[in-house]
Write a protein that binds this ligand. Structure first.
Ligand code: MD3
Ligand code: FE
Length: 215
């Protein structure tokens, strides 16, 4: 023992959450500074924006993308597309540090052939939330999704196969990576309203990266 209680609590650990879902606690801690620099580099090109839902609401979460495909929503619906609708240009290239982390995390959870072509970058300010939904816009549901949390902690809501299933609440902290595949891939999920706070790496915000094989 080092006697460092904080370090001991954040020791990396691999925890199965449900069939197909694996929590890699603190997995991205060593890369966090470089990941945040890469987020800044990507979003200098394709800035964060609050998109419109098909129903006409403005999302509280600000989003951008990198990689070959990016997830967008507007009055016409939810979809992946090759171009940033704001710039009418291709999304920024996926930074090497993003791709390497996503591939390594997927393999640690048993998905050895994961090669993402899309990374959605979500930015939560205090008060932002994401209501319960399923991720169904990707073409191959056998491919997992890798999610990386950075900055302020959030209460993640992990639901069931039906919207009405009561979600389990999980606290996701900076550096946590979760791999969602197999039977967990189509479960409902969301993020509870982000609490006020300041994080040493990100200030008053939480970032979440989701890596997908969308096309
Ligand atoms: C469980 N993002 O962008 S990541 C999303 O924290 C999204 O920003 C949340 O849900 C966030 O679509 C949650 C965790 C996550 C991602 C995909 C999943 C959990 C999942 C797919 C299936 C089941
Ligand atoms: Fe989702």
């Amino acid at each position: 023992m080092t006697g460092d209680l904080f370090a001991a609590l954040r020791a990396p650990a691999i925890e199965p959450i449900a069939d197909g879902a694996t929590w890699l606690r603190a997995y991205a801690d060593d890369d966090a500074v470089a990941l945040i620099q890469a987020i800044e580099q990507v979003t200098t090109q394709s800035p964060f924006r609050q998109m419109q839902t098909p129903g006409g609401y403005t999302m509280s979460v600000a989003m951008s993308n990198c990689g070959e495909l990016g997830w967008v929503t507007d009055r016409r619906g939810y979809r992946y597309q090759h171009e940033d609708p704001l710039l009418q240009q291709p999304w920024p290239t996926m930074p090497g540090i993003f791709l390497e982390l996503a591939v390594r995390a997927a393999a640690a959870a048993g998905f050895n052939d994961f090669l993402p072509d899309a990374c959605l970058i979500n930015r939560y300010a205090p008060g932002a939330r994401m209501s319960l939904h399923q991720d169904k816009n990707e073409s191959d549901m056998a491919q997992p999704i890798v999610s990386v949390s950075l900055g302020l902690p959030a209460t993640f809501l992990f639901g069931g196969a039906e919207r009405a299933d009561r979600p389990v609440r999980m606290r996701l902290e900076s550096g946590d990576v979760v791999v969602w595949g197999g039977p967990a891939r189509l479960r409902f999920h969301g993020v509870d309203t982000l609490a006020q706070g300041t994080h040493a790496l990100t200030g008053e915000c939480r970032y979440n990266l989701t890596f997908r094989k969308a096309g």
